[in-house]
Design a protein around this ligand. Structure first.
Ligand code: GLV
Length: 325
């Protein structure tokens, strides 16, 4: 009998935590993606699901798991889970905040710098043996980062970590927008502006918002046309926040200067035209992808499960359930 259903391979240390707590589990150590609604026996027995952001956990999955107490997502974002359906059924949902903040902020800056300084194009040029010597008008003239204006959409943990890098490392002016003003904004030295103002005034725009009804397709052609400074747009949050067809058009029409993308609207597929655009830097959703961070995420997901199955409160709940099952 397995009371914990682990949908994908996780770190040995995390498994050891379950062993130490004397908990039973079914671990998909083969690590191939599962079709969750078809996992009858695993769901029927599950008191906990430990899943990845690629696992869609909806009402159908929950209804096939009558004993389910907790869904522990191994990610900070949880748009893959129907959180309201979970709450209605008394199922706790948890995520992994904090442990991936700095790592994701680093990747954000890596994309920003790579796009601004055309690192990927220049690297390909070197590898192709095309470099013939320093010239004033080299083929890879980019744009300055130091001292420019960065607009951050979503001043949560990751947005704040990106702002710190921009302020202290690159002397940037940092504007931000979000559903509410951030309490840390004043001490940090960032300025709240309207979304429109952020679009008008930014040389770089970086997205750090969760995906939800309010943020889906927050960036369409309409918004790209408002971007007076032709900024470079960075997205390390969730792909569907940008309407990818419109992003391609904006890039093709020169409405924006470039894009640094870690996430895509229909992952794992990226819009086919993106690959042909030299002013785009793309990576495969690696914001949190360092070994140490991924290990911490797995540990945190397991710690939430150990806590809830042990009759204690979850450490990182994202929903409120009236009565914990
Ligand atoms: C990664 O995208 C995460 O949400 O942790």
């Amino acid at each position: 009998m397995s009371s914990i259903f682990i949908t994908r391979k996780i770190f040995d240390e995390a498994i050891a935590l379950l062993d130490g707590a004397g908990l039973d589990y079914w671990h998909n150590a083969a690590d191939t993606p599962l079709d969750l609604p078809k996992m009858g026996a695993q769901l029927a027995e599950a008191e906990a699901i430990i899943c990845l952001l690629t696992d869609k956990v909806d009402a159908q999955v929950m209804d096939a798991a009558p004993n389910l107490k907790i869904i522990a997502n191994t990610a900070v974002g949880y748009d893959n889970i129907d959180v309201a359906a979970a709450a209605e059924r008394g199922i706790i949902v948890t995520n992994t905040p904090g442990v991936l903040t700095e790592c994701t902020a680093d990747l954000t800056f890596a994309l920003l710098l790579a796009a601004a300084r055309r690192i990927v194009e220049a690297d390909a040029y070197m590898r192709a043996g095309k470099f013939e010597g320093w010239e004033l008008f080299q083929p890879h003239l980019g744009v300055d980062v130091y001292g420019k204006t960065l607009g951050i959409v979503g001043m949560g943990r990751i947005g704040t970590a990106v702002a710190r890098r921009a302020l202290h490392g690159f002397n940037m002016k940092v504007l931000y927008n979000g559903p509410r003003k951030a309490p840390q904004a004043k001490s940090l030295g960032v300025e709240y502006v309207s979304f429109l103002e952020l679009l008008f005034e930014s040389d770089f725009i970086s997205i750090h918002a969760p995906l939800n009804r309010a943020t889906r397709h927050m960036f369409t052609l309409h918004e790209f046309k408002m971007m007076k400074r032709k900024p470079i747009l960075i997205n390390t949050a969730r792909g569907p926040i940008i309407k990818e067809d419109d992003l391609v058009q904006a890039l093709q029409q020169g409405l924006i200067g470039g894009a640094g993308l870690d996430v895509f609207e229909e992952e794992p597929i990226a819009h086919p035209s993106l690959a042909g655009l030299p002013n785009v830097v793309m990576v495969p959703h690696i914001g949190s992808a360092t070994t140490a961070t991924r290990r911490r995420m797995a540990m945190m997901a397991v710690e939430n499960v150990v806590s809830v199955l042990g009759g204690r409160r979850p450490l990182n709940p994202v929903n409120r359930v009236l009565s914990q099952k």
